[in-house]
Design a protein around this ligand. Structure first.
Ligand code: GLA
Length: 382
């Protein structure tokens, strides 16, 4: 967690509200492999990272809530009796959504004040939105001593996104952000919502995130559209989710659906398998095998599921050219954000400078490079 930012947020809160707030840190996440598998009840392999959202919160003695987005210097005053999504509301809808979903559960809140800010670049695909949602629900749970479990909280966060932001996301981001464990990845079964923690010895390798610094704006509708395709295919095969369908069973449907939809469903079925294989590779310490699976995942996301973009493909192609990167792929929903790279530790500096120059030359734009630590999930900060 960025302690400097935390201190700034707390001192801003004290200055405005003259009372000591509760402070929550909620991390963003990365995902090793298992992309677009969560809403198909498959497996994902995320970890919480040391970048995230810091929320300072305390009860208010007025009859409205004051919410300050520290990074944007935007303030919003909210009446708890009038909770509904705002058109083009941006960050406001994540917070309104969490409150709205809590109210739907019959939870009665009284006014509170919030100052929040974070160090996850927007659009990086590192789940700043899940981090924000989780920090709000967690903070409210503490503040009002509501006794919600972590699982109840992540479903509130997820529904906020479905019903107030309009993205029909799976549970991966909220889960990883809430349940993260320092130095561990979580192999999450998105049907049972139970995970197994893996402390991975990457041997002479390291994870490197490279941000394209682009976010193409069709991403939300494309996301919902992919989800609908998956649900349609499983309905046609009378199954609960793509998780329950084999490649052979899907083949029976090949002539009845478009080739595009067939490829999308095939990708998901294969990616669920790849994620399980990745867990086996990790168990046997086979980093090169893990890397191959990561490259295959990108191939599927680019050509079958079609959620990549030129900038992401360019970064993966460069990685592939240099044999110091044993695995590289786009991460998260797609259409921008970061790639995740498994790279030889002592080659990081040279590779970073090669990539930075090449990216600038090709797109006349900067890419950003992050080395992150795997961190604990949402928690109170003392
Ligand atoms: C976004 C969603 C997640 C997941 C990923 C793709 O991050 O919020 O639920 O579906 O995309 O794997």
């Amino acid at each position: 967690m960025n302690t400097l930012l935390k201190d700034k947020i707390v001192s801003t809160f004290l200055k405005i509200h003259k009372s000591q707030p509760l402070v929550v840190f909620s991390p963003g996440r990365l995902n090793l492999i298992g992309e677009h598998t969560d809403y198909n009840e498959g497996y994902v392999f995320p970890a919480a990272i040391d970048m995230g959202m810091i929320t300072a919160i305390e009860k208010s003695d007025t009859n409205y809530c004051s919410i300050l987005a520290y990074d944007k210097k935007e303030e919003y005053q909210l009446d708890l009796k009038e909770i509904k999504p705002i058109t083009n509301g941006g960050w406001r809808n994540y917070i309104i959504g969490v409150i709205g979903e809590m109210q739907k559960k019959g939870i009665e809140l009284t006014p509170f004040n919030i100052v929040f800010g974070g160090d996850i670049p927007g659009g990086a695909g590192l789940s700043s939105s899940a981090a924000l949602e989780n920090s709000i629900v967690f903070g409210l749970n503490e503040l009002f001593q509501l006794g919600l479990s972590k699982k109840e909280m992540i479903f509130i966060s997820q529904k906020a996104e479905h019903n107030y932001v309009g993205v029909k996301c799976g549970i991966m981001d909220q889960y990883a952000s809430m349940f993260g464990i320092e130095d561990h990845f979580l192999l999450l079964d998105c049907r049972t919502i139970e995970s197994k923690a893996y402390r991975i010895d990457l041997k002479g390798y390291e994870l490197l995130l490279i941000n394209t610094n682009v976010k193409h704006n069709l991403s939300d509708s494309a996301y919902n559209n992919r989800r609908a395709v998956c649900e349609n295919v499983s309905t046609l095969l009378n199954k609960r989710a793509l998780r329950d369908i084999t490649e052979k069973e899907l083949l029976a449907l090949k002539d009845k659906i478009s080739d595009d939809d067939y490829q999308k469903a095939l990708y998901v079925i294969q990616e669920i398998k790849r994620t399980q294989k990745a867990a086996e590779a990790i168990k046997s310490g086979d980093i090169l095998k893990l890397g191959q699976l990561i490259y295959q995942s990108h191939f599927g996301l680019q050509h079958q599921y079609k959620v990549s973009c030129d900038e992401l493909n360019f970064l993966v192609d460069i990685a592939k050219e240099k044999n110091v990167v044993v695995g590289s792929r786009m991460m998260g929903g797609g259409f921008g954000g970061c790639t995740i790279n498994l790279i030889e530790k002592d080659q990081i500096n040279i590779f970073s400078s090669v990539v930075t120059k090449a990216y600038k030359k090709k797109f006349n734009n900067e890419c950003s490079i992050y080395q992150v630590k795997l961190s604990n999930g949402t928690h109170l900060v003392t």
